[in-house]
Design a protein around this ligand. Sequence first.
Ligand SMILES: CCCCCCCCCCCCCC(=O)SCCNC(=O)CCNC(=O)[C@H](O)C(C)(C)COP(=O)(O)OP(=O)(O)OC[C@H]1O[C@@H](n2cnc3c(N)ncnc32)[C@H](O)[C@@H]1OP(=O)(O)O
Length: 227
Amino acid sequence: MIWRSYHPTHGSTGNGAHDEALHDRRTAIDELGAALRELVERATVTEVDAETIRRVADDVRRVTGPLADRPRGRTQLPTADDLLGGIRMYNPVSGTGSALAPPVRAEIVDGVVVGACTLGLAYEGPPMYAHGGISALLLDHMLGYATTASGHPGMTVRLDTVYRAPVPLQTPLHLTGRVTDVNGRKVTAHGIIATAADPDAILVEATGTFVAVPPEKAKALFGTMRR
Ligand SMILES: CCCCCCCCCCCCCC(=O)SCCNC(=O)CCNC(=O)[C@H](O)C(C)(C)COP(=O)(O)OP(=O)(O)OC[C@H]1O[C@@H](n2cnc3c(N)ncnc32)[C@H](O)[C@@H]1OP(=O)(O)O
């Protein structure tokens, strides 16, 4: 399944004309992201002959040309993002503009972050199942979301992941993340991955420690960032 999940309501922050352009840009990014994910998945599952694969590679190189016009560097935020509002169009877990993201859709239900996604064959580790690093990525995100939503944002300093059973591909998944402890700058969170069909049967679980970044560290790490 390919999620197309940019939520238009998130874009309404100011006056009409600017919002409309921003909404249009985000919608376009969302459309390109969905097309890229479809490309990645089709390229992963295809068994067509080598000549066809080369022809597609040529075509893809050709169509990427117009995107090279105005690249941003690592210090420049995407103009479509709203960092404080939580909109990251290219986040590799939830960003609907990202070719890497499943993407995960998540919301807060009774103080718990509850997420959903389906992983295609592009995320394969052991045959038929997700790569273990992908599970850790999803859980890091779920725990990070939970800590941020609880009012205690921080960076991951530790992620302990327990793999109980393989995570099946092409299967709707259920993810959670919740804060379990706040101790000064340190926040502990826990999360799980299960199938949507059997959400109580934990496949992977993780406990993470997140640390709030003090202002002087934040300045050193992110001070060069600009819009
Ligand atoms: C609505 C909004 C929605 C938004 C959605 C958002 C989703 C977002 C999802 C994003 C999710 C993705 C998130 C990501 O991907 S974050 C990216 C991955 N993480 C990093 O790159 C972080 C790298 N680490 C650092 O830069 C520094 O450690 C920082 C700056 C964080 C702290 O450096 P600082 O020099 O300031 O701190 P400190 O070293 O004095 O330590 C402070 C305290 O922490 C304890 N400690 C340290 N390390 C560990 C450890 N390994 N295990 C256990 N404890 C540890 C340490 O003992 C001390 O405790 P205490 O002695 O005081 O008791």
